[in-house]
Design a protein around this ligand. Structure first.
Ligand code: CTP
Length: 399
């Protein structure tokens, strides 16, 4: 979402300025090109040189330091950016922006900005909740501003309250949502995609269960990628991994829970990606109390529903089904059998049981198997990159 975007980062003077260095690095890591402008108060907290070295570009601090006669710097920065980010946004700069005051580089550039502006206010709780600050926020929200709600937590004053600068993960996720809301060319816009993830847990008693090595990383990466391409995503996950706040997540534990959650969504869904490692069996009864130790233990299992197979039987022509085949041997042979037996449109076959790929690691090598096409192998790479290829396949197939 952020990759390739030109971001003007405006830094105003609050104690959170030191955290914005990290935010800038995160934006750059996500592929943004960042140019920084700071108010005089911001540079009291962190030197512009820090931002200059890390952004590999001069930092704008003075409206009158027009070093390049061919441009007017603050107008040039405003016009150059695809998106503007203000972090932290102080009550003082907020008030100036709400009233059209342009008395320094930052406020002048922002008054000249027509692109969308994303702001991260951070201040003392009483300053934040003051009616005048809230009125200023409301005024800016009516213009091209998105203003984050600060966190509640430990403030620089030594007590807890609202106004805290949020964690960078939250800022990045909300910024990604903001960018997505300004992109109208996304190929999965208007499509609903359900993704399952993780290894299901089948309870033996209240404290014990049977599961498998799946971490949920592949499914979570697919959900994020489908979302980035514009889809409304429902992530049905049995994984303990966190997911971005913009992903609509249904938490499940057992195969049966997952079956019910996916089937509930299926009618209004355009595509289902079954990346979960669904346990094939569950204990035929769950003990209500923790089982006591005995010399021997025999458990009886019953077969779980096959979710993908059930979906394959119900599937309409306008719905797409993607399954996975995790195999330790004869990968393509078993994958092809699953493609037909489960009436899927694509099977993503992956070798499991090796240390560098598959379950519970960050990378995977997969082979895509569909009808009427030769198998296509996607060589070993990050699961986020594998998910780009799978979602690309889905987009082409749906078109
Ligand atoms: N799957 C499912 N419901 C199950 C078992 C599997 O929906 N009860 C889905 C998985 O999410 C995956 C595909 O079916 O997309 C293949 O799963 P896999 O575990 O590789 O194969 P199984 O069908 O369980 O067959 P086997 O264990 O014999 O390989």
């Amino acid at each position: 979402m952020i990759e390739g975007k030109k971001v003007a980062l405006y830094v105003t003077g609050g104690i959170a300025v030191y955290k914005v260095v990290d935010l800038m690095r995160e934006l750059i890591k996500h592929g943004a090109v960042v140019r920084v402008a700071m108010t005089k108060s911001a540079s009291e907290f962190v030197s512009p040189l820090t931002f200059q070295v890390l952004s590999k570009h001069a930092v704008y601090t003075n409206t009158f330091a027009e070093d390049d006669p061919s441009v007017v710097n603050h107008i040039n920065l405003a016009d150059w950016a695809d998106f503007s980010v203000i972090a932290p946004l102080t009550a003082n700069t907020l008030a100036k922006l709400a009233n059209g005051i342009a008395d320094n580089f930052v406020t002048s550039a922002l008054l000249a900005t027509t692109n969308p502006i994303f702001a991260v206010p951070a201040m003392n709780e009483n300053m934040y909740t003051n009616t005048v600050t809230q009125e200023n926020i409301d005024r800016l929200k009516l213009r091209n501003y998105m203003i984050m709600t600060p966190d509640v937590g430990f403030l620089a004053e030594g007590y807890s309250g609202q106004g805290r600068y949020p964690e960078k993960e939250r800022i990045i996720h909300e910024f990604e949502s903001f960018i997505r809301s300004h992109s109208d060319q996304l190929p999965l816009k208007g499509k609903r995609v359900v993704v399952t993830a993780g290894g299901t847990k089948e309870r033996i008693d209240p404290v014990r269960y049977i599961s498998n090595d799946s971490s949920g990383k592949m499914g979570h990466a697919l959900a994020v990628e489908a979302w980035k391409k514009g889809a409304d995503v429902v992530l049905v996950s049995a994984s303990h991994l966190e997911s971005p706040s913009y992903i609509n997540r249904v938490v499940v534990e057992s195969a049966r829970d997952m079956h019910d959650a996916v089937l509930k969504e299926f009618d209004q869904t355009d595509a289902v990606i079954m990346a979960a490692a669904v346990s094939d069996y569950s204990p035929d009864k769950m003990e209500e109390q923790k089982m006591k130790k005995k010399d021997e233990l025999t458990l009886h299992f019953k077969k779980n529903p096959d979710i993908l197979k059930d979906l394959g039987q119900k599937k309409r022509d306008d719905q797409t089904l993607i399954g996975f085949a995790a195999e330790t041997e004869e990968l393509l042979h078993y994958a092809e059998k699953k493609l037909n037996a489960k009436n899927a449109d694509l099977i993503v076959a992956n070798q499991v049981g090796e240390k560098d790929r598959g379950f519970n690691v960050d990378k995977n090598e997969v082979t895509l198997l569909s009808r009427n096409h030769p198998p296509r192998t996607i060589s070993l790479r990050e699961k986020s990159e594998v998910s780009v290829e799978i979602i690309e396949w889905l987009i082409n197939f749906m078109n």
